[in-house]
Design a protein around this ligand. Structure first.
Ligand code: TYD
Ligand code: MG
Length: 588
């Protein structure tokens, strides 16, 4: 019997009490006591003690050996060998239990945090999965050893940071808000970015570049992050709006200086003050940056840089966090704005930008479809402005061009109002805080088999919408085969897409094409009524910005949207499906 299985005895009876029971010579108690002693004896001889931890995966207590001082592994005992199998995953739990069971005095305090490498969620405790994003095996341990105030873990970054300190600690004093803001003109404070392209980027940043800000630009590989940043770097270096060029350093850990130079050549960038550097060592990069007295620093990408002295390889969670922290302190202490490029990754091995979202001042995401040249830059977080703004660009052979009137993209790419294209409707869905317009297609074919095929819409939801259309809107869909499809393999997971699904079906059934500049937002209830969905304002302003002319919404949302500046877009509030059919499917 293992020591832990004796724990109830330890808690219930003191040792004296136990001895008293033994003196009664009760045979079972006597046997237990002997086993207890022999186990204790064996454990004392071997450099191990035993600890019980709660395993959240199996939902039971798991007993494990914990090495005492000299860390030799037990080989003889099969129980121990079994327990050791899981040691990799339970390592730190064991560590924290060690003190109490072995009775050793703690020399230093080990602080462990478990951070999800996928979504950045931090937990004080290890679970078998991430409790935020439900990712399995994504929780990585971050350990910091505290030796009476001095941290062992990240000495190097502390050393680096110290050299950027303009003032010693304690010299700064708390200031009154009115004193801080006196004589500061906030429009002068931000650095303006000139030109059409600059305007678009400026708007996403909240009206210009803030000195000392740390901005993360995330996106899928190949979406155009390096291209975007090279163009931004050139604009900042030129400083046309203030008539004074200044150095900007573009550091790449992925490409050589020649490769970046080639790209800049193709994009017709020829700024004297743009400096290129290829390095992956943060200490080296910050050293070079200081020598240049920069206007801005760009790091491409955060997953390729590393800090000597921090554990893990570049791109790992420790490195990414520590490098970002060092750059944040650099930005704050020198007032030089720093841009970081971060790849969005699906694998848990490389820490994605989500891990850094809480450290940086602003997070911009660049989005784009694989087969489309349109790129959207959106603020996901911004300490210096709103997150409702988005910039629309087009990728051309000579770099990104701002799209002045985004509706043109959809007119040229989109379908004309032809009678052959009945059955298409535009839905507006959110992914996290990001808005997407998605085209839903429907085909109602009478006569043939009565099958139903749905792609990209939940089958149950589609059935419900079809039934509601038949019962509440009076559509005779009974004798039709119905096919539903969401373009480009996207999936409608939100109920906000219900109305577009219904509109597409109506359009196909009535053979009435919906104009391509109309969007549909709303959930459908069983009574055929339209219901509000979350973040209505954000969805509607996005479609207005994208150049749509009409947006059909639930009537309850119309009032809410009145105060928004939607340009030329008309918001059409409807209470139920009948009303939608009567107002959309009519010839004017
Ligand atoms: P890039 O900026 O390297 O992407 P990221 O840094 O996000 O990985 O851009 C990659 C794509 O952009 C590449 O497939 C080619 C295209 N591209 C253009 O179409 N025109 C250009 O002028 C440039 C520089 C790139
Ligand atoms: Mg790149």
């Amino acid at each position: 019997m293992l020591l832990t299985e004796m724990r109830p005895f330890q808690t219930l009876y003191s040792r004296t009490h136990f001895r008293y029971l033994i003196s009664t010579k009760h045979p079972q108690i006597h046997k237990l006591y002997r086993t207890f002693h022999s186990t204790n004896h064996r454990l004392n001889k071997e450099p191990f003690t035993v600890s019980t931890v709660y395993d959240p995966v199996t939902g039971s207590l798991v007993t494990k050996p914990v090495a005492k001082s000299n860390h030799t592994e037990p080989e003889s005992n099969s129980d121990y060998a079994d327990a050791l199998k899981d040691d990799r995953s339970y390592g730190s739990v064991l560590k924290s239990n060690q003190g109490s069971w072995s009775g050793n005095k703690k020399k230093s305090k080990v602080k462990s945090t478990w951070v999800c490498s996928k979504c950045g969620y931090a937990d004080g405790q290890w679970w078998g999965y991430c409790r935020e994003c439900k990712g399995v095996n994504t929780m990585k341990e971050l350990t910091e050893v505290d030796n009476g105030g001095k941290t062992n873990g990240f000495q190097v970054s502390e050393k680096i940071v110290r050299s950027w300190l303009p003032k010693g600690a304690g010299e700064a004093v708390p200031l009154r808000l009115t004193d801080v803001n006196r004589g500061v003109n906030h429009s002068d404070w931000r650095f303006p970015l000139s030109g059409l392209f600059g305007d678009e980027v400026s708007r996403v940043l909240g009206g210009g570049l803030v000195p000392g800000s740390l901005v993360l630009v995330g996106g899928d590989p190949g979406v155009g992050k390096s291209t975007l940043m090279l163009q931004i770097a050139a604009i900042i270096a030129e400083g046309k709006e203030i008539g004074k060029p200044a150095p900007v350093l573009y550091v790449s850990g992925e490409e050589s200086v020649e490769q970046i130079g080639n790209r800049a050549d193709r994009m017709e960038i020829s700024t004297d003050e743009l400096f290129l550097y290829s390095s992956t060592d943060i200490e080296d990069i910050l050293g070079k940056a200081q020598a240049l007295s920069l206007r801005a620093l760009i790091i491409d990408s955060i997953q390729t840089v590393h800090l000597i002295g921090v554990t893990g390889s570049a791109g790992g969670i420790y490195q990414v966090r520590e490098c970002t922290a060092a750059l944040l302190r650099f930005a704050k202490k020198t007032d030089i704005p720093v841009f970081l490029i971060g790849h969005v990754t699906k694998s848990g091995d490389i820490a994605g930008p989500r891990v850094l979202e809480h450290i940086v001042d602003a997070v911009l995401y660049m989005e784009g479809e694989q087969h489309s040249s349109i790129r959207i830059l959106r603020a996901f977080k911004n300490r210096f402005g709103s997150t409702d703004e988005l910039g629309v660009f087009e990728m051309s052979p000579s770099g990104l061009k701002a799209v002045k009137n985004p509706s043109e993209i959809f007119l040229s790419e989109g379908h004309s109002d032809s009678e052959f294209l009945a059955g298409l409707a535009i839905a507006v869905v959110m992914d996290g805080s990001r808005t997407f317009v998605i085209e839903v297609q429907a085909l109602c074919a009478s006569g043939s088999s009565l099958s139903r095929q749905v792609n990209g819409v939940q089958a149950g939801r589609a059935d419900m919408i079809i039934s509601v259309l038949m019962k509440q809107a009076g559509l005779k869909l009974q004798s039709n085969a119905i096919f539903l499809n969401v373009v480009s393999g996207a999936t409608l997971t939100e109920t906000a897409g219900d109305l577009a699904v219904a509109a597409a079906i109506c359009s196909s059934f009535l053979e009435f094409p919906i104009p391509s500049n109309v969007a549909f937002i709303g959930e459908i209830g069983l009574g055929g009524e339209l219901r509000m969905v979350p973040k209505m304002e954000k969805r509607v302003s996005t479609v207005a910005k994208l150049g749509y002319k009409k947006c059909v919404v639930p009537e309850s949302a119309e009032k809410l949207l009145r105060r928004l500046d939607l340009g030329e877009m008309e918001v059409l509030g409807c209470t139920n499906l009948k009303e939608v059919i009567n107002s959309v499917f009519i010839t004017s």
